[in-house]
Design a protein around this ligand. Structure first.
Ligand code: UGA
Length: 436
């Protein structure tokens, strides 16, 4: 099929390349010329495992191209909208500027029967309004939320655990759902659940999923706070409750909490939208979820301060990690980088290392010292804090080896990802999050 993808950020670039990889002819369109230039060369503008390969394969096959020219969308059967919906600068609601601009630019290029498939995360009610704006073109709007995780984005796009299509009523909706089934043919053929809903349900599925995940993380972090005053170990607690299949162990990792370009802004936008709808109290708990999450960053900083007996002046602190999670170079709302910045603000000398995110981090926080080589970064540290659980820090860092490099054997495990006993055995003072 011939497809267009409007917006070539994280979601759109991965979607375009993934759709080409399953046999479609795809044009990716974005207003950012430098992004289009690098994608056209087969270069991913961000770190995402597997993306460079499918980008260059797609371009070499002739099925994948990128442009700033919206006219190239002419003739595509399905137009995906994958632009960003960041948090507004002066509020909690989602900024819809890019979605509206994409629709405005696309309208002159639509033909009757075309499908416009919204993938951006939007406030519930958006799709109904957009469908009205598209009515005069004869195109049909479908809401097709995206559930990809950074670091696994290619796999999640090609082989998702479910597909959701919010469609209009009647034959028009049934036809649109069939066309989307054709788009996602390999996943549909292997029996991936394909759930057809109305617009509002499809929009809500997305924010509800992210709200649930955020709540799960903050729940276990709340238990970590209780563990801290009772001497309990939250990691054992998570293991024990996680064995209950109704609860499950995933997303019960206590630590410095969630960040990134999705969970934090999505729960805030959901809160703002619910308030607009007169149902603020229904998701009032999400404010608490947010507050618990932010408290954990402060807690991690406090552990370092306490470990150094309150004296941060001219202390060397090595921060292992900058990305908001491993397998990503994304530093948007990164708890890892936030902790580093706070430590620096207390007067310490802060050295940050990360396998992928240093370049992005240095652009936003030039006041920190960045060192690429992990061992070099550890040299002379008075305290070390792990804030992103990259393999090279969790299992890949030998406590005996690290002990030879540092000035003081103090380690704060902001992700509860280290073997506490092994670090203690090597002479380190180990502090976990919600662990004795
Ligand atoms: C999240 C959702 O998981 C995806 O399903 C969704 O499609 C995406 O947002 C989106 O809306 O686009 P992502 O932001 O890539 O994906 O990251 P997650 O894997 O969800 O991790 C989010 C944060 O939670 C990270 O900072 C991670 O370190 C933290 N986390 C995760 C924990 O603190 N504890 C855990 O147990 C798990």
């Amino acid at each position: 099929m011939k497809l267009s993808v409007i917006g070539c950020g994280y979601l759109g670039a991965v979607h375009a390349a993934a759709m080409a990889s399953i046999g479609h002819e795809v044009v990716g369109i974005d207003v950012d010329e430098s992004k289009i230039a690098s994608l056209s060369q087969g270069e991913a503008p961000f770190f995402e495992p597997g993306l460079p390969e499918i980008l260059s394969d797609g371009i070499a096959s002739g099925r994948l191209s990128f442009t700033t020219d919206m006219a190239q969308a002419d003739g595509a059967e399905v137009h995906f909208i994958g632009v960003g919906t960041p948090q507004q600068k002066d509020g909690y609601a989602a900024d819809m500027t890019y979605v509206n601009a994409a629709i405005d630019a696309l309208i002159p290029h639509l033909q009757p029967g075309d499908i416009v498939a919204g993938k951006s995360t939007v406030p519930v009610g958006t799709a109904a309004g957009l469908a009205e704006r598209l009515a005069s073109t004869g195109a049909t709007l479908v809401w097709n939320p995206e559930f990809l995780r950074e670091g696994f984005a290619v796999k999640d796009t090609v082989d998702p655990d479910r597909l959701v299509a919010g469609v209009p009523l009647g034959d028009e909706g049934a036809r649109a759902a069939d066309i989307l089934r054709e788009v996602y043919h390999p996943a549909v053929a292997k029996g991936t659940p394909f759930i057809v809903t109305d617009y509002a349900t499809a929009e809500l599925v997305k924010v509800a999923a992210n709200a649930f995940l955020a709540t799960k993380i903050s729940f276990i972090n709340a238990m970590a706070e209780i563990a801290e005053v009772t001497g309990a170990d939250v990691t054992q607690l998570a293991d024990a409750i996680g064995h209950d299949a109704r609860i499950g162990r995933r997303f019960l990792g206590a630590g410095i909490g969630f960040g990134g370009g999705c969970l934090p802004k999505d729960i805030r936008a959901f809160t703002a939208r619910a308030e607009e709808l007169g149902r603020g109290e229904s998701v009032g708990f999400l404010r608490e979820v947010d507050a618990i999450n932010l408290r954990r960053r402060e807690r991690a900083v406090q552990l370092v301060v306490d470990a150094l007996h309150g004296d941060m002046f001219k202390k060397n602190i090595t921060v292992l990690g900058a990305a908001f999670k491993p397998h990503s170079d994304d530093i948007r709302d990164s708890p890892a980088l936030d902790v580093a910045v706070r430590l620096r603000g207390l007067g310490a000398w802060v050295t940050v290392t990360d396998p992928e995110a240093l370049h992005n981090a240095a652009r936003v926080h030039p006041q920190l010292n960045y060192v690429e080589d992990r061992d070099e970064a550890l040299r002379g540290a008075d305290a070390v804090i792990v804030v992103t659980e990259w393999d090279e820090y969790r299992g890949g860092l030998d406590p005996e080896h690290a002990a030879q490099l540092v000035a003081g054997r103090v380690i704060v495990d902001g992700r509860n990802c280290l073997d506490a006993a092994a670090w203690r055995a090597a002479g380190w003072t180990y502090y976990g999050m919600g662990r004795p």
